[in-house]
Design a protein around this ligand. Structure first.
Ligand SMILES: C[S@@+](CC[C@H](N)C(=O)[O-])C[C@H]1O[C@@H](n2cnc3c(N)ncnc32)[C@H](O)[C@@H]1O
Length: 530
């Protein structure tokens, strides 16, 4: 979100809203604090008739942006042509993609695909170029221009087959024989336990060696972070795949997908409702929080998903999401007040514009509870996905947020014995230390003893996750490690290891072992032998 100059994070935006509504909160404070459930909080605003009438009239005044227009599509395509002639292929590609998102008639759609295929060809993305040529023909590309497109198809096919095959990075897959019988995404070396101190948590059901895979989890839901990713027109909103030839939603200009399959899946599951109100959200509030969009999608999924009572802990089902920790009553009341006020307005918007509650009448009351709850779940459990992409030069960027059911059961330690990374949106969790049978498997929620001091870590964990960390690094108050791994040379590593080995009061032997083993594992992963 920007005001022309500054890009605001969700937290900064929320702080601005809290300041804006402070006088109103102070007036309502004592009554609002009496509401102890999310539904009661929502009803606090929804029962204020004047307020509701005011929001309804604001909604009526909003003219949603034109989403499909051949005139606009043609303008954007022509701007793309200028960039293409100037050899700015990537800028041309983005303008052609925008043109596609506005294009209404088959003719306009087909020409935009045809033009984009040219930019893709010159950028060396032959597979994507061929896909766009097929799309152009399927939409009835004009006969008069077809010869050029047939030639490009021939050239791209040849260039594609001549090119050395790119080795695709393979995500680890759990072998059938090692699958966990009670947890869908886990290997058969962990189990879920629960107690008062830790809530639900993950425990090793046998000894686990460094580098071993504990879980390969797929997200229940992802949300593309358009403002933060380097380019929102290059990612699939459904699977976050980095993709140069995304295709737009057939109704709105807000969502793009890597394939027709992802588009149909998103539309069927939630986007058919979401895209009817997205054009209003920004205009109604002047802001769009990521956690709203996220929460809206989950709530729509919760309403529409078919019930599945299987006892296995599943990552592809709403039931597991519905039981995640949200600390519903732990946020500062002023923050909850503002979020509820804005959520109540979204509730009215949904009622006015998509009539979904007519279809799912029973959910009207449930929605009030869930929409806020999902925002709370998001804050405690969502993960930021950083992708690496590029052609010959790889670079990383934040592409999205995701919610994983199994990852959400891992508790935190500032000296964790597991770590995770993602490939696309698939998360792989591995051991970073040896884990003995019966020991809890911890992950880091961000704070890590080597980079942040104990006070900083404890403050952050308390504020965001509402617990006091009692990991070994916190109990023994380990010092920060003051080198940056990127600038470390081998000589320096040797010195560090020597110092660590000599001084037993510093991080324990496991840390040294993990450093050495970690390098070995990283090498094996990169080498493709693990
Ligand atoms: C992502 S959830 C982890 C699963 C959670 N224990 C449950 O029962 O659903 C995060 C929450 O777990 C709890 N938690 C995480 N790490 C913890 C720890 N080291 N000690 C105590 N509680 C912890 C906190 O309440 C935190 O907000």
């Amino acid at each position: 979100m920007t005001d022309g100059k500054k890009v605001y994070t969700d937290t900064e935006l929320l702080e601005l809203q809290i300041q804006r509504y402070r006088p109103r909160y102070l007036k309502d404070e004592s009554e609002f604090k009496k509401c102890t459930t999310n539904a009661a909080r929502m009803n606090f605003f929804l029962n204020q008739e004047e307020e509701v009438a005011h929001i309804k009239s604001k909604i009526q005044q909003i003219k949603p942006h034109v989403t499909k227009s051949d005139v606009k599509a043609s303008e954007l395509r022509k701007l793309g042509n200028v960039q293409f002639q100037n050899k700015s292929d990537k800028d041309a590609l983005i303008l052609y993609t925008q043109s596609l998102s506005f294009a209404k008639s088959d003719e306009e759609v087909s020409v935009a695909y045809g033009n984009r295929s040219a930019a893709l060809f010159y950028m060396g993305f032959y597979e994507e170029c061929l896909a766009d040529i097929d799309r152009a023909f399927r939409h009835g590309y004009p006969e008069s221009l077809s010869a050029k497109l047939f030639k490009r198809k021939k050239d791209a096919t040849k260039a594609y087959s001549d090119r050395k095959k790119v080795v695709k990075v393979k995500t680890y897959e759990i072998p059938q024989s090692e699958m966990n019988p009670s947890i869908q995404s886990a290997r058969n070396c962990i189990e879920i336990q629960a107690n008062e101190k830790y809530g639900r948590h993950i425990v090793a059901s046998r000894d686990i060696a460094i580098g071993e895979v504990l879980a390969v989890d797929n997200p229940y839901l992802v949300e593309l972070q358009a403002d933060m990713s380097s380019d929102p027109f290059l990612f699939c909103c459904e699977c976050l795949k980095h993709c140069y030839n995304v295709i737009p939603c057939l109704n709105c200009n807000e969502a793009y997908y890597c394939t027709e399959i992802c588009r149909a899946k998103a539309f069927q599951n939630y986007h058919k409702y979401e895209c009817l109100i997205l054009p209003y959200v920004g205009q109604l509030f002047g802001i769009k929080f990521d956690f709203w969009l996220f929460s809206l999608k989950i709530t729509l999924l919760a309403m529409t998903e078919e019930k599945n009572d299987e006892t296995m802990y599943r990552s592809d089902r709403y039931k597991e999401i519905s039981e995640l920790e949200g600390h519903s009553n732990a946020d500062p009341p002023e923050q909850t007040y503002v979020l509820t006020l804005l959520s109540a307005s979204i509730f009215i918007l949904i009622k006015e514009k998509i009539k979904i509650f007519k279809e799912f009448e029973v959910f009207e009351e449930k929605f009030k509870e869930l929409f806020l709850y999902h925002q709370q779940v998001f804050k405690v459990n969502a993960v930021t996905i950083v992708s690496w992409h590029g052609n010959d030069k790889f670079y990383t960027s934040v592409t999205g947020l995701a919610l994983y059911s199994l990852y959400s059961l891992f508790n935190h330690s500032c000296y964790p014995n597991t770590f995770w990374n993602t490939s696309g949106s698939t998360m792989v969790v591995r051991a970073s230390l040896p884990i003995k049978k019966g020991e809890q498997c911890f992950i880091s929620y961000g704070p890590y003893f080597a980079y942040d001091n104990k006070t900083e870590r404890q403050e952050r964990l308390q504020r965001l996750y509402r617990f006091t960390c009692e990991c070994r690094a916190c109990q023994e108050n380990w010092p920060k490690v003051t080198f940056s791994p990127a600038s470390v040379d081998c000589k320096f590593i040797k010195q560090v290891i020597k110092k660590l080995t000599e001084n037993q009061a510093l991080p324990p032997p496991g840390y040294i072992l993990s450093l050495r083993k970690g390098l070995e594992v990283a090498y094996r992963i990169l080498d493709g032998t693990s």
